[in-house]
Design a protein around this ligand. Structure first.
Ligand code: TXA
Ligand code: MG
Length: 322
């Protein structure tokens, strides 16, 4: 693999130049940072897999900037998909649509659907408008690790492997997009994410949730163990935690809005002191990284309220603990 002196910057032209040359670039979105390459160039897409250490059976999301562009890459847009596009794009939602021949099989790992989204970030939207190809982009983390929510997170893990990271600040949503596909007239959520199911249901009615944990899941990001810190993470409903319960380990806690008794507050992170699930989602991955990098030996968390973005938070915590 080529080696680079990775630069972090805000220059769209530099990002564009590298992408046009077939290199990979870190890009900001509202959910998490992506590792982008020209989706129509197989050699460029292959670099994504090797930089991330990602298995080729795990398909990528194609990012574009408008509804009209989406139509260039798919065979048709079901009515419910159309309604979701109109209501939520750009935004933290990804649609699985029947692909046409424009999208290479490498992007979709041979599936007949392509995952498409319009990210809601001004720098990346401008970049996409200036490019004449869509960007394939998974989250910009080594496969299986926590997704990055700042340019620095990307740098920490991918430095020397990519030439440029476009810095768009800390992401505002903080968990990956909600992935939704269509079978006949039914809409199916395959990944809980940054757009709440309740909001989706207001637009298209009841959806089925299938965030399958099998070993051969439809969406490999749904592997049972994923988004994981290196340290052991345990989810437990508790008000207090004793040193015996933690196995005499120095313990970190990811909590919602109140500290857990019995543990040093210096090792606890409240995701939202005001009890706001959107704010908690935004802070989740940075908290996991922070405790992973600290000297705590074990990480504990609590189940979050199972509504709104609390569902995506619980999903990520569960996979991080698997
Ligand atoms: O918010 C996001 O979606 C971020 C930002 C960068 O856009 N991207 C992201 O990409 O999370 P990634 O590759 O980390 O996760 C994409 C998930 C994977 O679990 C993949 O298996 C699934 O989408 N996926 C992609 N194409 C698919 C397809 N055609 N059918 C089913 N699942 C698909
Ligand atoms: Mg990912």
């Amino acid at each position: 693999m080529k080696s680079f002196t990775t630069v972090i910057g805000k220059d769209i032209r530099t990002a564009k130049k590298y992408l046009e040359e077939g290199e990979t670039v870190g890009i900001p979105t509202e959910t998490v940072y992506g590792l982008a390459a020209n989706a129509l160039n197989d050699d460029a897409v292959l670099k994504i897999f090797s930089v991330k250490n990602r298995p080729h059976f795990d398909p990528l999301i194609a990012h574009t900037h408008s509804k009209e562009e989406i139509k260039k890459f798919v065979k048709d847009v079901p009515a419910k998909a159309e309604a979701l596009i109109n209501a939520f794009m750009p935004g933290p939602i990804t649609l699985l649509l029947k692909k046409n021949a424009v999208i290479p099989d490498l992007v979709t790992s041979g599936l007949d659907t392509v995952a498409i989204r319009i990210p809601n970030h001004p720098l990346t939207l401008e970049l996409l408008k200036q490019l004449d190809f869509p960007l394939a982009a998974p989250s910009a983390n080594p496969f299986g690790y926590i997704s990055p929510t700042t340019a620095q997170h990307v740098f920490d893990q991918l430095q020397n492997k990519i030439p440029y990271i476009l810095d768009g600040g800390a992401t505002t949503v903080g968990v990956e997009s909600t992935i939704i596909g269509f079978e006949g007239d039914e809409a199916i959520v395959y990944r809980l994410g940054g757009l709440a199911v309740e909001d989706i249901e207001k637009v298209i009615g009841k959806v089925r949730i299938n965030t399958n944990e099998g070993s051969n899941p439809k969406s490999p990001g749904m592997l049972k163990s994923h988004y994981a810190p290196r340290k052991n993470l345990t989810i437990r409903q508790f008000d207090d935690l004793t040193i015996e319960q933690t196995g005499n380990k120095k313990t970190g806690v990811i909590a919602f809005n109140k500290y857990v008794e019995g543990i040093d507050k210096g090792n606890q992170i409240l995701l939202s002191p005001s009890g706001d699930l959107n704010e908690a989602a935004k802070n989740l991955f940075a908290a996991m990284r922070k405790l992973d990098a600290s000297d705590v030996e074990a990480i504990y968390s609590i189940p979050f309220p199972d509504e709104g973005l609390g569902r995506a938070i619980n999903d990520r915590l569960k996979r991080a603990s698997a």
